[in-house]
Design a protein around this ligand. Structure first.
Ligand code: ADP
Length: 465
């Protein structure tokens, strides 16, 4: 199916509306024809039966006007051989015409059949015949034949046929007209769906929706399904737009710092000490950019499903201890006690590098947002056939309003808590993606001012049987 000038055409070139209308009209005409045929057959049978019984009665009445003696018969004086459209002819047992007449054009070879009806047509005439056989004397038979020319009977049929001939084209025209207008009305919501999809496709208005007020049934369901899809598209576009804008904003800041530091260091009167300081700042900013870029790359790969995780049997206990060791320095700096409660030999199936990143990230956050002089506790244990790892702190905590948003990319609950600007706001988004890619849930509980606890679960490594 393709679309030309707002109409949907099937491959043969007819629009769906036209096709539906033609089908509709054809069906209607077929039904009318069948109905006409049915009525015609019934009426023909009824008329025939009525005409037969009339013919029979007239013939029997005629017989009353004949007086039979032993070996001969006598016709009444006032007998008439034409009665009520019926012509009478009398034959002897040899089939010879003895009285009455036979209409011209009536086939002379019509056999005599006692007490039965015969109906046939000859050149433009229709005949109904009824024969009565009256035995008398010694084996003699008087045949009385009543002949009815049934022009009238067939004229009814002809009239009906003429009516049909005139009515049929009118009916087709009416069916096409009414059918087309009904289909057009029925297809109006579909046109609206198309127009809205076009508007969204052109990117001019992502908030456009199909109105479902006047639609019902399947079309309403279709419109609602499209609206849901448009909703998701809009959200996804919005996320994409936000992500691109955030990413460029995050990259612009270190780039601006690097440029200004380089310009400062290149000033003719810059001392060697100032140049060294400038270079140190440039190095720090470049490092920040490198982290951000690698995080962005990882998220982009995660989004389009190209981020590879090498799933191997991994000792999570070992990874947790190593990660804690790597964070010990920064904990010490912030005078935070690092407590470990790690069950040994907790083996999961996963990507060691990514899992190590998860634990490090949670620990770094707990230390950064922890309380000076407070604690950070890393716990790892097997519970209900799963490895459960949690990182708890007694720091600033997260408000109930912020809690659901911390997993969003670039979301930082309180940017003022990060004066160095070293945080990207991508850490937890990555952590969530990694844990979920390992078929595990992750959650956070927090009370502002009292601390937070991040917990994730991973399925244990199953030994091959
Ligand atoms: P960031 O680079 O800012 O740490 P994350 O994605 O790791 O980015 O965290 C997002 C936000 O969640 C942080 O900016 C912080 O506001 C909040 N957050 C994360 N961990 C904790 C924690 N342990 N205590 C309090 N707030 C936290």
């Amino acid at each position: 199916m393709r679309q030309i000038g707002g109409k949907y055409y099937s491959r043969k070139g007819l629009s769906i509306k036209q096709k539906v209308t033609i089908w509709y009209a054809c069906m209607l005409v077929l039904i009318v024809l069948l109905l006409f045929g049915f009525i015609l057959t019934i009426s023909r049978n009824l008329l025939q039966r009525e005409s037969d019984s009339r013919l029979e009665k007239i013939v029997l009445d005629f017989i009353d006007d004949i007086d039979f003696e032993y070996n001969w018969y006598e016709l009444d004086d006032d007998i008439r051989f034409y009665e009520d459209g019926v012509i009478f002819s009398l034959y002897d047992e040899q089939g010879r015409l003895t009285a009455g007449s036979v209409p011209t054009n009536f086939p002379a070879d019509t056999v005599l059949k006692a007490y039965s009806f015969q109906t046939f047509s000859t050149a433009g005439h229709n005949w109904s015949v009824y024969d009565a056989a009256l035995p008398y004397g010694d084996g003699k038979i008087l045949w009385i034949r009543g002949i009815l020319q049934t022009e009238t009977l067939f004229s009814v049929e002809r009239t009906m046929f003429l009516v049909l001939l005139v009515a049929c084209p009118l009916l087709i025209a009416l069916a096409l007209l009414v059918g087309y207008s009904i289909t057009r009305r029925a297809f109006l919501p579909i046109q609206e769906i198309r127009r809205t999809a076009e508007t969204i496709g052109a990117g001019s208005d992502l908030s456009a929706r199909i109105s479902t007020e006047r639609t019902q049934g399947e079309i309403r369901q279709l419109a609602e399904t499209f609206n849901e899809m448009f909703e998701r598209l809009e959200t996804s576009f919005e996320h994409e737009r936000q992500f691109t804008s955030d990413a460029s904003h995050e990259l612009r800041t270190p780039v601006a710092v690097i440029i200004s530091q380089a310009e400062y260091a290149l000033l003719p009167d810059a001392t060697a000490e100032e140049q060294r300081e400038g270079l140190a700042v440039i190095l720090e900013q470049a490092g920040k950019m490198s982290t951000l870029i690698s995080q962005l790359l990882l998220l982009a790969r995660a989004d389009n499903g190209t981020q590879q995780l090498s799933m191997v049997s991994t000792d999570l206990s070992l990874l947790a201890e190593e990660a804690a060791e790597q964070c010990r320095g920064s904990a010490l700096q912030r005078q935070i006690r690092l407590e470990l409660e790690i069950q040994p030999d907790v083996i999961v199936e996963g990507d060691p590098e990514s899992l190590s990143r998860v634990i490090r990230n949670l620990l770094e956050n707990a230390i950064q947002y922890g309380r000076t002089g407070g604690f950070v506790k890393l716990t790892l244990a097997v519970r209900e056939d799963a490895a459960v790892c949690s990182v708890q702190d007694d720091g600033i905590g997260i408000s109930a309003e912020d809690l659901p948003r911390i997993w969003q990319r670039f979301y930082r609950a309180d940017p003022s808590r990060n004066p160095s600007g070293s945080n990207t706001g991508l850490g937890l988004a990555l952590v969530k993606w990694i844990v979920e890619a390992h078929h595990g849930p992750i959650s956070a509980e927090s009370t502002p001012g009292q601390g937070s606890c991040f917990t994730f679960r991973l399925p244990l490594h199953q030994e091959a049987p």
